[in-house]
Design a protein around this ligand. Sequence first.
Ligand code: ASP
Length: 459
Amino acid sequence: MKRTLIAETANCSGQKIKLNGWVNSYRDHGGVIFIDLRDRSGIVQVVCSKELPQIELIRPEWVLEVIGEVKDRPAKMVNEKIATGRVEVKAESVAVLSAAEIPPFDLKEDGYQINEEIRLKYRYLDLRRPRLQRNLTYRHKVFSLMRQILDEQGFREVDTPILARSTPEGARDFVVPARQYPGSFYALPQSPQQYKQMLMVGGLERYFQIARCFRDEDFRADRQAEFLQLDLEMSFVEQEDILSLIENLFRQVIEKVFPEKKIQKFPFPRLPYDQAMKEYKSDRPDLRKDQDPQELAFAFVVDFPMFEKQTERKGWAPVHHPFTRPQTDSIDQVKQNPGDIKAFQYDLVLNGSEIGGGSLRIYRPDMLQAVFQVLGHQDEEIRNNFGHLLEAFQYGVPPHGGIAIGLDRFLSIVLDEKNIREVIPFPKTEAGRELMTGAPAPITPEQLKELNLEFKKKK
Ligand code: ASP
């Protein structure tokens, strides 16, 4: 017999069906036992006679196979609170597929009150919570709609390496020792920045990827060491082409997936950086007017300065990254007055959070070289670290630019979650630990030896 999904029972009145799922609740009413059975599609009430074998052993979260007939409930027994509330299933047989220990915490409520470390240690149970099922469902819907929209716009989804070479995005790299090359390391990508630019040199013209990015930054509440970006890059475009693509993409996502939300202003306001700093004292202003939970105030902050003063040492740092195109073609100006140069850089802001950023890129090798020099790189360093890019740019490079959207952050805002961990399937704690499997963890002395690494104990 084929399995029926619980949501479908509502339309199966009079039929004999087979259900699979978990015991959401179990109520003993003397002669009969009521089991609310739950699967990914919903919950339905199953009525079981006490005569059924083993029926009295069953407890919450046990996994069952129920065969029975779907019956309309008498009018006064209808439960309007659940989608299947007009029917119930009269069990003919109930088989236990798997028994369950008592879960360490409640799985039915929203879970906000429960200690988060325990929830993360038992994430596989926490994920049964309706709120997290909802969050992951929306996550999926958003990703698949973004893929569909970009596909329609002629984009190609291209994957890029995780074991890669360090690219500067302003954070520390996570590194992986290369066993076959003692002393050498792969870096986990802070973003696919260099690869996507190489794809433009490679003639792809329109690339996107739901890309995993890794940044070894100091811990902060709304940051994760690894996170997902909707990363994209386009050739032969101006800044406006990218901004309008993104605002149309978000408009479709909101209209189709979150129709109850209201985009405050469309097209999204374009706010020059200087004006934002003057009027709002922030480069990610919150432009909501009503502050009602359904309001989404998107805006682009544009015309960022190209360079800012280094904080830790003397000299200049890029405000975005070194590949960003300055708003001048004059190499002399860039070298002489770095502090005055604006860049073709833009951030996407939503309700006071930065949810994305990007830029047009330098595609002239001499300009790229000049920017590296302003940033204080020695010629040899430039050759060693970026020689491949400078070389690639000598083989015919299209003007290009792109953007990356932080998907976890975006989802947490539209799903009204205060914490991005609530929208990530297996997040790390604020202190960077993945408590379910216990990462990070020491490796064996044999592994260290194979990697030619030695662990120095702190004195
Ligand atoms: N790679 C950049 C970032 O991760 C985004 C971009 O410039 O496209 O912020």
